[in-house]
Design a protein around this ligand. Sequence first.
Ligand code: CUA
Length: 377
Amino acid sequence: MPICTGFSRRWRFVVLGLVALAVTGCATGRLDATKPAGPNARDIDGLMRLSGWMAVVVGIFVAAAVVTIIVKFRAKPGDDPDELPPQIHGNRKAELTWTLIPTALLIFLTVVTLPTVFALAEKGDGRTIVVEGQQWWWQFSYDTDGDGQFDDVVTANDLVIPVGEEVNLELRSNDVIHSFWIPQLNGKKDVVPGRVHDWRISADEPGIFYGECVEFCGLSHANMQMRTIVLEPDDFDRWVAEQEAQIEAASVPAEGTPEAAGYDLFGTHCISCHVIDGVYESAAGGNANLASGIAPNLTNLMSRTAFAGALFDTYQSDGSLNVAELREWVRNAPAMKPARADNRQGMLDFSEVLTAEDLDNLLAYLTTLGSAPVLPE
Ligand code: CUA
């Protein structure tokens, strides 16, 4: 059935084309390199557009040449089907044309791209923030008192920076190779264990810019997300002050309350991996239960917009706490985000360990950790 085969083949292409078109619509729209929000990303975007338009012009030229040749040299009625056209090996003019034009285009692209490549490799002249990638979340550490130690404020998932500043990020990895990418603020940069890579980011205006790990790093690579929260300088200072004040104010809950029961449960089940500055500090590094060293520092947990590698929002759109997902996360994290706790990667399943009352108490305690996030206007 040759006709039928040909028909279905054509349809196969149509269906494939439609599927490809549909898949392009699957993007969440949160990662968009075509909407730069700062000078570094804008430089990259400019180069991308330039090379894109050059490719369009070349593509049109090639397509026109192909169509012209097909039409002009097609077999005409009366032609001898067995007769071959003259066989010519090499045509200097043609060979030179299709060698020199692409060479010139590539040299041009190299010349205009190289200055940007070098400029982006320079350290930002603003503050430095240490970024640590690990399976499967990001940690951000700040030196707010200027003593060179990045231990004053530590967050996970939310990277908070002031607007207009060329922030220098020191990228490190605690386990395997990751790659740091916040498309609206700069390009991608690999995060390699045993090395420190500097990477600059800056934003023109306050806002929330989404990012993700873009180097395959294991089971939950796709769930290793992050957010950059860009604040006006005043708001940024307020955020730092609030973070520090919360650490100062950290205390053991009053006895007999659900919070106190949660605090005790934290000391039994969570402390081997998680730190809370000011109260539960012993887990840092040391004997932590994870291959990578540590789990997220939970100091000021409630001041973050997201948890679990930024997979879930801490607050719902009406501003209320996302208790349901936070509770479920504590109960059975691997069910919400694939992990390999047996291989010490990711959080354990506590569904057989914690009772409903335990979970309520733990949530009661966790929700006392920190105040609401400082958000851009
Ligand atoms: Cu970390 Cu992919």
